[in-house]
Every structure is written in structure tokens, then in C-alpha cells.
Design a protein around this ligand. Structure first.
Ligand SMILES: Nc1ncnc2c1ncn2[C@@H]1O[C@H](COP(=O)(O)OP(=O)(O)OP(=O)(O)O)[C@@H](O)[C@H]1O
Length: 527
């Protein structure tokens, strides 16, 4: 993609003139502020203006008067009364300075405890529990009630940090392990900021790389708004082809880039009022083939005060660099080690010699212990069909999902697997990212994944939300040169790997997609 022709690469500037009145209002508020100190500013525009202003101030001379989110002493402190003693004022400054540093220390300790790594300026304090969301940010009771109903007792580390970042009007790029609650980390601030339903056009867009993930995200959003009116729409084929968006109330629109780009072009969907844009599985969205469509969406979301955020379990440096060019004063939040697998998954490598050996090993493993639900990943849709034909007559309730199936067939495959009707689901990478199947006990990489990122996402379908899981990766002679890349991910998440594998040369990994023999146990003349 050409740097200078793409909107994604263009710099974003803040329109100070446009928000001058909000800024003035904020200054007034600051002086008359009698609010409890923990309650945060609700308006992202105001927050942005103040942080821009504060940056300037800091350069001049007064570092300690910077408002630090989570610590609002200076933000709320009154201006000095004319008859006040100068000594008293100096005492106040000293006290404030001490408290400021104490708060920074508390934040640092808390982040260390939860493995939260941040970079950026004026980073908001992480929050400790959901009650604090109400205290600090006036979170509405419907949301807290729904969280309790969903069984969310404690925020996860990514939620503790990313939610305050977004609520304070800062852009964010976040990398946290699979199954660690990233969806709620971006949906919660959107719901809190939107406050109420509106018929004034689309206000938030969530982009997901696959239809299945978009549908799942829409379903999760709906669970979170139970008891509260909001218009949440999933961009379906019908909607993209036939809807009159000017008459369709929509607060949050969830879509794949392809369908959204189509609707923008053909249905003249207006995204100029969008206040929040989330790129979920952002590294996938930045891959060739999708990035052009994402670019069109980013361009259509032309509101200058839009907040963009990027979330994924894998965040390559190239994507980070690209993200920096489109984001404004973003905060970077990394949980644990960047690009690592969830530590609750027991990972194993099994050598099967050749392609023939895979089916034998699989059948043997199922005969010894089949602990459903099991997800089986293969390299492409042809192999998915072949493996399904092999396993469908075995007594293991297998099903298959790949891109050649109709939308309804894909939905049925997912639903049957979710409900337990299917025990073993054979899949291509189409469901490797983001899909949240509760309690997948084992992921089997029947075919070796084509990248370390694909490995992390595939095995991340198990071991979610703190549960334990298992991942088995079968490999043949053809995969040996690529073993080290997966082995590195395994050791980084605490799994043991034989020393000979760790001594292999690290391959500069493009996509490892070898030509594989077809999957069949039938003699050739029978086929
Ligand atoms: N605070 C919480 N407490 C308990 N469960 C939670 C919490 N937050 C999210 N969950 C649950 O954890 C599961 C995984 O969450 P989610 O799908 O958002 O993970 P993710 O980080 O987006 O994973 P992936 O990288 O695979 O997309 C979901 O079932 C979700 O309901």
C-alpha cells in the first residue's frame, strides 16, 4: 500500500478551534469544581483538549500541576485566594507533589501485580474492581447488574487498564492474551460514553475480521445492555444490500470490513458521526486483502474527535508502527508478554512422521480418551472436507466449518458446537480468531499452523477466562524447519520443549503452507 495515498497513513490533528467552547467550559468547571475527587470528567473532547494543553504547560515549567487521572487533587484544587498566606500555598503544593508521586507508585505496583505494561503520556490509573467503575466514572447500574449476571466478579487485567484509558478519552492499542476479556474492555467504555440510545446516526463501529466473530460480538453487546435501550446492529448481507440507513436507528454497528465498505459505497451509509471505532483482531485487519477495506471505513469515519482503538492477542511491530500513524496520543497497553499464548493452556508437540501418520495418531488419541468439545484445525477448506469425510462415520459426532459453506450452514456448525451437539469441530482458520466457545477442552492442530500468530489464536480457543485447556500440535518432517517458531511461543508461556527443538534455527516465517498429501485411509484404487 502506498504511504501517501492511504488515509490510514495520514496524520490526525486535533481541531482546537472547533472545541474552544468545550475547553472554556472545562476551565470554568475546574474553578467551581465541588465534585467528589474520584469522579472523572465524562467528556472525551474536554479530556483531549486538557491533555493537549497540559503537554504544552509541562514543556514550559509546571510538571506537578498535570492532571493525572485517578488522582485529581490538582485538577480540583482551588486557585489561591488573594489573602491566603504564601507559606500555606507552598505547603499545599508540597503535599500535592507527595500525593502525586504516591499515586504513581500505587499505580506502578498495581500494574506490576497484574502484569500490565503501559506506555504513553498521562496514563489513567487502572481500576481495582467494578464498584470503582461506578465511583470513578458513574457507571450506570444496568451495566453493573448485567456484569454480575454474567458472573464477572473481578475485572481482567486488560479491562482494568484499557477501560480507564478509553473512558478518559484517550486512544488505545492493546495486546492481551486470548480469552482475557478484550471484548468487554472495548464495549464497556462505548456503552458508558454513549449513555443512552439515539436516532442520530451510527455512533460506534466495531470491525471484526470474520462474520462469525462479528455475530458473536453483537450477541455479547446485547447481553451487556439487557434492561437498557440501545440500538445494536450486526451488518448482515441483507442489511448491507437493502437497508435505508438514514431511517435505521443504530448506536453501535458491528461488521466485517467487506460488508461495511459495501454499505458505504452502495447504500451511502453515513459514518461521519461515529465517535468510537474499534478494530478487533487488528493485526488480521491490517493484512493484505482486508486493509484496503479497513482503510475505506477509517476514511468514512470522518468525525475529527473520533476515538480509535486496536485490540488483539498478537500485535506485530509492523502493525504497531502502522497504528502509530493513524492514532492520536494513544496509550499502549500490553498484558503479560507481547505475542504470547495464554498460560492456562497445556501445549504439546507430537511427531507423526508423514501425513498418513496424522490420521492414525488422531484415531488412536480419540480411542484412548476423547474429551469433547475438541477443535481440529486444518490448513485449508479442501483438507477440512477430506478430514470430515474420514471422521463422519466414526462415532464421534464430528462436524465441519469452512468458507465454502453457506452462512446458515456456518452458523449451524458454530451453534451445534456451542450447544454440545457436535463433539469435534473440524475447522480452517476462519474460526481461529476471537471465537469464544465455552470450555473447549482441547485444540488439535492437525495441520501445523502457518505462523506463530495463527498458532496463538488457534490454541486460544481453549483455556479461556482463566479455565485450563490443552493444545496438541501434530508435525511431520515437512514442518520441522518451522518448529522453533511454535516452540518459542510454548516456552514463553511456560511449557517444556525438547532441547533439540530449541537448538533449531529460527526461521524467518512468511506463511508455512506446504503442499500436503490428501487425507485418506482408503486405498487409491477405491477413490
Ligand atoms: N471480568 C470477567 N470475568 C469473568 N469472565 C469474563 C470477564 N471478562 C470477560 N469474561 C469472559 O471471558 C471469555 C473470553 O472473553 P473474550 O471473548 O472477550 O476474550 P478475548 O480476549 O477477546 O479473546 P480472543 O483474543 O480470543 O478474541 C468470555 O466468555 C467472556 O464472557
Amino acid at each position: 500500500m502506498e504511504k501517501d495515498t492511504s488515509f490510514l497513513f495520514s496524520g490526525i490533528t486535533f481541531d482546537r478551534k472547533k472545541f474552544a467552547c468545550e475547553f472554556a467550559r472545562f476551565q470554568e468547571k475546574k474553578e467551581n469544581d465541588n465534585q467528589p475527587k474520584l469522579i472523572e470528567n465524562e467528556n472525551p473532547k474536554i479530556e483531549q483538549v486538557t491533555s493537549a494543553r497540559v503537554d504544552k504547560k509541562r514543556k514550559r515549567k509546571a510538571p506537578l500541576s498535570d492532571p493525572v487521572e485517578g488522582f485529581t487533587l490538582f485538577k480540583c484544587s482551588k486557585t489561591k485566594a488573594a489573602n491566603e498566606e504564601p507559606d500555606h500555598h507552598e505547603d499545599e503544593i508540597l503535599q500535592g507533589k507527595k500525593e502525586y508521586h504516591r499515586q504513581l507508585e500505587r499505580d506502578a505496583l498495581f500494574r506490576k501485580k497484574h502484569n500490565i505494561h503501559v506506555s504513553g503520556s498521562n496514563i489513567p490509573s487502572p481500576f481495582q474492581n467494578f464498584a470503582e467503575l461506578q465511583l470513578r466514572y458513574s457507571c450506570r447500574s444496568y451495566l453493573l447488574r448485567n456484569l454480575a449476571e454474567l458472573g464477572f466478579k473481578e475485572p481482567t487485567p486488560i479491562q482494568r487498564q484499557a477501560i480507564p484509558v478509553l473512558l478518559s478519552g484517550r486512544e488505545c492499542f492493546a495486546c492481551a492474551p486470548t480469552g482475557s476479556g478484550k471484548t468487554f474492555a472495548f464495549v464497556c467504555p462505548i456503552l458508558m460514553k454513549l449513555k443512552n440510545a439515539s436516532k442520530d446516526g451510527v455512533r460506534a463501529v466495531i470491525l471484526c475480521p470474520t462474520r462469525e466473530l462479528a455475530a458473536q460480538t453483537a450477541r455479547e453487546c446485547k447481553k451487556l445492555i439487557k434492561g437498557k435501550k440501545f440500538y445494536i446492529k450486526l451488518m448482515t448481507k441483507q442489511l448491507a444490500k437493502g437497508a435505508d440507513f438514514s431511517k435505521l436507528p443504530c448506536d453501535i454497528l458491528i461488521s466485517t470490513p467487506f460488508r461495511l465498505q459495501y454499505a458505504i459505497q452502495k447504500r451511502k451509509l453515513d459514518l461521519s458521526k461515529v465517535e468510537f471505532l474499534v478494530l478487533d483482531e487488528s493485526d488480521k485487519l491490517f493484512e493484505l486483502g482486508l486493509v484496503e477495506q479497513v482503510d475505506a471505513v477509517v476514511k468514512a469515519c470522518s468525525n475529527p474527535s473520533i476515538l480509535r482503538s486496536l485490540f488483539s492477542a498478537t500485535l506485530p511491530d509492523t502493525v504497531e508502527e502502522l497504528a502509530r500513524t493513524i492514532m492520536h496520543d494513544a496509550v499502549r497497553v500490553i498484558i503479560g508478554r507481547k505475542n504470547s499464548a495464554s498460560e492456562s493452556i497445556k501445549q504439546k508437540l507430537i511427531f507423526v512422521g508423514s501425513e498418513e501418520g496424522k490420521l492414525l495418531a488422531l484415531r488412536q488419541s480419540f480411542a484412548e480418551s476423547l474429551n469433547p468439545p475438541v477443535l481440529l484445525f486444518v490448513q485449508n477448506k479442501e483438507r477440512a472436507k477430506e478430514l470430515y469425510n474420514e471422521l463422519k462415520y466414526d462415532d464421534i459426532r464430528a462436524d465441519v466449518i469452512h468458507a465454502d459453506l453457506s452462512q446458515i450452514e456456518r452458523e449451524n456448525a458454530v451453534n451445534n458446537f456451542r450447544s454440545g451437539k457436535t463433539w469435534v469441530l473440524i475447522a480452517t482458520d476462519v474460526i481461529a480468531r476471537g471465537m469464544d466457545f465455552k470450555g473447549v477442552n482441547c485444540v488439535i492442530n492437525y495441520d501445523f499452523p502457518d505462523s506463530a500468530a495463527a498458532y496463538i489464536h488457534r490454541i486460544g480457543r481453549s483455556g479461556r477466562a482463566g479455565r485450563s485447556g490443552e493444545a496438541i500440535t501434530l508435525y511431520t518432517e515437512a514442518d520441522v524447519p518451522f518448529l522453533r517458531n511454535v516452540a518459542n511461543v510454548m516456552t514463553a508461556s511456560g511449557c517444556e520443549v525438547p532441547a533439540w527443538i530449541m537448538s533449531l534455527q529460527k526461521k524467518k516465517w512468511k506463511k508455512h503452507r506446504p503442499q500436503r498429501e490428501s487425507i485418506s485411509t482408503k486405498p487409491e484404487d477405491e477413490e
